[in-house]
Design a protein around this ligand. Structure first.
Ligand code: SF4
Ligand code: SF4
Length: 460
């Protein structure tokens, strides 16, 4: 592949030279097909071009100029959920994450999606990485849900007349929670063991504020002082996974700046998609002389909350939670970060809590960033399949470590008429430390007292 100046078009390739998928990475694929059974899109359609092997071959053909960057190419790349199950399965160590990210940014730069699809993406990115705008949406959701309009709309069948993306948003809408802001700093209980920064996450801080509150309480109870930079913004994960490279890098730089202002030992993340991107900052900003070293140091400090808790000897006593929990591995934890044992270890420290292991645990639930908004059909099929596996274990509650999965699973369970609640893993740890009754978790997965700033600091 020719090495030309950044962004200059290569005459014989469909791709430009700015971070084109590298020949070295592409050629690591030996076409063995071990990844095929774990690929959700291949398992849905049995179509070679919708498998990891097929997509890598398409990338090769596009890079060599043998095929154009046209609708067919984009269609198969867009179908990929970016779940990274293929990386876990691959015996040759193919770095599919780097391949798909660079290919997606090539598409965003060099392919015209047309007015409709382009507008939909612009609208999503105008809202999703902006907590202040999401808060406006939360206000509208409250009115929609509490006025009775939602049940009227759902009963009337009018939703069927609306465009598919609107129906997808409506179906994913969680019960509007109370919104509150956490303090800038929370002291450790007892002797301090770590000083950590906490990423709030865009969707998490607005739609799952109680998850951040629970995270803060658990960290404090385990002897961590928590710093929550007020000026932190989006970490850029959604943009990175969608090929919006420039925006993603701008958000990455801003996140590094915000956390550098208050030195911490570790940066703690409770959203799997955010964590996987932040651990990649070092790689993503490798070409930026002002950030390359800082990004590497920053990424080395990033930990999922379950990684830190699994590493610390528990200090806060755990009370019994006699319940059965079906644990759902979020793809960006299990595949992208290879964090599988830690959440189980953390849950295993709760007396009388039984962890259930659903079948097909490597398979994506269909959430995958904006995938369930732009591809609601396959996302819904995967969601239904996942829900069937989870319910087959007969759980009292479902737990996972990613807000996108929580929304997708809540929506899938609602479709079946199931009332099994979905919670973040940390909410179970929090409930156990606080000695909350099991019933409080079974109320829509929103434990009592979890939704006020007072509840955050009362234990510190
Ligand atoms: S990332 Fe997931 S959907 Fe995409 S090719 Fe790999 S296994 Fe298939
Ligand atoms: S398992 Fe790895 S080497 Fe084999 S086809 Fe899949 S990506 Fe290629």
């Amino acid at each position: 592949m020719a090495q030309l100046a950044a962004n200059s078009p290569i005459s014989y390739s469909a791709l430009d030279a700015h971070h084109a998928p590298s020949e070295e990475l592409i050629d690591k694929c030996v076409h063995c097909g071990f990844c095929l059974p774990t690929c959700p899109t291949y398992s849905l359609w049995k179509e070679e071009m919708d498998s990891p092997r097929g997509r890598i071959y398409l990338m090769k053909l596009a890079a060599e100029g043998q095929i154009p960057l046209d609708h067919t190419f984009v269609h198969h790349i867009d179908n990929c959920l970016g779940c990274m199950a293929c990386m876990t399965a691959c015996p040759s160590g193919v770095q599919y994450d780097k391949l798909i990210e660079t290919t997606r940014s090539q598409i965003q730069r060099n392919y015209d999606r047309g007015i409709g699809a382009g507008l939909l993406r612009r609208m999503m990115f105008a809202f999703l990485p902006q907590p202040d705008r999401l808060r406006l949406l939360l206000g509208a959701m409250r009115v929609y849900q509490h006025s009775g309009l939602q049940s009227l709309v759902r009963r009337s069948g009018v939703l069927r007349l609306l465009p598919q993306p609107v129906r997808a948003v409506e179906a994913l809408m969680p019960a509007a929670a109370n919104d509150f802001r956490l303090p800038d700093r929370v002291q450790a209980r007892g002797e301090r063991r770590r000083r950590v920064g906490l990423l709030l996450g865009c969707v998490q801080q607005v739609f799952f504020a109680e998850v951040n509150a629970a995270t803060t309480r658990v960290l404090a109870a385990e002897g961590c002082e928590i710093v929550i930079p007020r000026d932190q913004g989006c970490c850029g994960a959604l943009m990175l996974h969608s090929g919006e490279e420039e925006q993603a890098l701008a958000y990455a730089r801003r996140t590094i700046d915000a956390f550098e202002r208050s030195p911490v030992d570790l940066v703690i993340i409770n959203a799997a998609g955010c964590g996987s991107s932040m651990k990649e900052y070092g790689y993503l900003l490798r070409g930026d002389p002002n950030y390359a070293e800082r990004a590497k140091a920053f990424s080395a400090k990033c930990r999922d909350i379950s990684e830190l808790l699994a590493e610390l000897e528990p200090r806060a006593p755990r009370q019994a939670l006699p319940m059965k929990v079906a644990y759902h591995d979020a793809c960006h934890l299990q595949h992208a970060q290879t964090v599988r044992a830690q959440p189980r270890k953390v849950l295993g420290q709760i007396p009388q809590l039984r962890i259930l292991e659903p079948g097909e645990s490597a398979l994506c639930c269909g959430s995958a960033g904006i995938y369930n908004l732009v591809k609601p059909g396959p996302a819904g099929e995967l969601g239904d399949r996942k829900v069937r596996s989870l319910l087959a274990t007969e759980p009292d509650v479902v737990a996972s470590g990613n807000p996108g999965c929580l929304l997708q699973l809540q929506s899938g369970l609602r479709r079946t008429g199931s009332t099994v609640p979905v919670v973040h893993t940390i909410q179970l740890v929090d409930a156990s430390i606080r000695g909350l009754p099991v019933e409080s978790l079974l109320r829509n997965g929103r434990p009592a007292g979890g939704q006020s700033p007072a509840a955050v600091t009362s234990i510190t």
